[in-house]
Each structure stands twice: as C-alpha cells, then as structure tokens.
Design a binder for this molecule. Sequence first.
Ligand code: PLP
Length: 387
Amino acid sequence: MSNSLMTTYAPLPITFTKGEGVYLWDKSGKQYLDAVAGVAVCGLGHAHPVVADAIAEQARTLVHTSNLYRIEHQEELSEKLCQLSGMDRVFFSNSGAEANEAAIKLARLYGKQQGIERPNIIVACGSFHGRTLATLSATGNRKVQAGFAPLVDGFVRVNYNDVDAVKAVAKTNSDVVAILVEPVQGEGGVIVPDADYLEQLRQICDDNNWLLMLDEIQTGIGRTGKWFAFQQSTIKPDVMTLAKALGNGVPIGACLASGKATKLFTPGTHGSTFGGNPLATRAALTVLDVIEKENVIENVKTIGDYFISEFKVKLEGVKQVRNIRGSGLMIGIELENDCAELVAAASKKGLLINVTAGNTIRLLPPLIITKDQADNVIQIVTDLIKQ
Ligand SMILES: *Cc1c(COP(=O)(O)O)cnc(C)c1O
C-alpha cells in the first residue's frame, strides 16, 4: 500500500478496476461476486446504466452551486423521501455520520426547547453511528472510542433490545430527550431485535415526550425488504437518518424529521457546503426511481427469505454455526469462533463477504441479486464454513 496514505485501513491486496451489476473485476481480470456492495452502499449493483447516465449527464450540466441558492433536484429528492417515508422534512449531508450529527443536534435543540440544559440521548450497546466525535461517543463499541477521550457528553447507554432498561432510565433520568437506535444493528453483528421492539420504544417515547430517532443508514433504502426498516412495524420515528445506499456510491446522507422534530432547525443553526448538491441529489433521485421501476424491494424480500431458508437447510447440524439471522438482504451467520480469515478465503474463490463483530459472516449483496447468483453465494459460504 502507498506510504502516503494514513494507516486507518488494512485493505486486502485486491484492486478492482471495474464493476457491473453484482460483479467486480480486479486488475488481473479475475471476476468476483460482490456480497458486500461497498458495505450496503451499491444497492443497485455496480455501474447501473440508468444511474451512470444520470450522473454523467448531471456532471456535464451542473455539479455544485452551494446552499446559498435553491437546488431543484434537492427539493425534488426531499419531497420523494417524505412521500416514501411519511416524514415531513429533510436535511442533506454527505455521509452517515453527518446525518447522525444532525439528528443529535436536533435532539439537543428539542431539549433546550423544553428547558433541559444538558439533554441526554439514550443509545444502545453494540451500536454503530459513525466516526465523528459525537457519533463515536454515541457508538456502543469501545474499539471505536479507544484513544479519543474526552468523548462527547450526553449519551446514556442501555442494552439493545432491552425495553425494561429504557423504562428504568425513564424513571431516574429527567434529562433524557431522545432514543437513538438502529432498527437492525449492522456493524454490531446483524442483530435483529424482537418484532415489537420499535413499537415499545415508540410508546416509551410518547409517554415521556422523547424523540424516537432511528439510524437507518444501513437498513434504509430497501435493504430489509421495505423502503425503511421501521415500515416493518406500525410506528413512525420522529427522526430518521439515511446514507449508504441512497446515492448508490455517490456520497449523500440525509436526516429526516417529522412532527415535533420538524421545525427545530432555523436558518443558521446547521449547514453543509456540499450537502444535497445537484450531482448527489440527482444520483439519489435516480436510485429511488430505479428501485421503484425495477421492483427491487420485492426482490429483496424474495431473495432475502431464500438466503435464510437455504442456509438453514444447508448448515443444519453444522456445529460451528451458532445462529443464522437477517432481515431482507442483511444476513448474518454467527459462528462459534472468530472467523476474519474467511474474508480472504472467500475472495480466493471469487466471492466478497464481510465479517463483523468478530464471529459473524455478514452478507450485504446488491438488492438486485438474482436467485442463481444467490445460489452461488450460498454454495461458496457453506463450503467455507464446513471446511
Ligand atoms: C455506516 C453507518 C454509519 C456511518 O456512516 P458513514 O457514511 O460511514 O459516516 C452510521 N450508522 C450506521 C448504522 C451505519 O451502518
């Protein structure tokens, strides 16, 4: 690797030169099936022709003007996202962490509005919310925080999927103003909570006048078989953050607000130079359009269920396998032992997978993956685990 790069990553010694659909090719011409999709980013796969054309055309027309002026595609995208989610307003950022920063700032403004000087946000163990100082402080993983003290204040941690723990905080801490959780924990190991978890949290938030803030950066934009994971339940959040798959690889994030969270920001309270620029918002608009036109979300449900049922059959009785779980095309296979070495072993066989939380194989294939391609992934992963 180049000595000129800061050593924040330890990449595999593979360099991709092109992609198409679920496939990537490296410098030597070797083909890989990509079941990582740039960490849940390339939902429509690589080099989707409609998205590529939109980006190219926009690049030739207008890339950036700043938020000093109105931006047509940004306005259109905000309306589309509100229509799909039932939320009321959108702020655009360039990444997931920045979208969560906006959510955290909203919660603090909400607290101030109620005379709470030092507002607290409840967050979960095992969560991941980003790498900026506020979002790493919200993150429930010591490795992400190590070395970066002093952390940002104002977060109270509870176990994920533990409603009683949240109720206990409500009894003792009058400075709480919001809960921030992922509907399914991604980096934490594809942890799917109880079916009524979000409903219960919604109820507690309503009872205590707190904001329910959902980090849908990984679960949003079709990944779990709905546009947004909260749509698997009957509730609506007050704040929701998006990023990853929204631009299919063009950096864009969004913080959406509804109801009492809608009008907390006023001119001058938040901003971003690049956020929501014409290129990124045109790309995202096109992504949403293609997802709709190509019935991509239906495919996520069908193939997601297929993955889980096939893995359960093929890995039945394999003693290394502790648990097989998922939601849509967010799939986790938890093993008895740490299994980071499987990433390189899979890549040798032409398959890209991810391992998270030490012992969990995480599959996040493009949302357009076909049944035949899924069979290919299932076969390779099953063989690797059995070896
Ligand atoms: C990836 C991710 C983030 C951080 O997004 P960045 O774009 O890397 O800043 C935050 N929350 C969740 C749930 C994520 O999966």
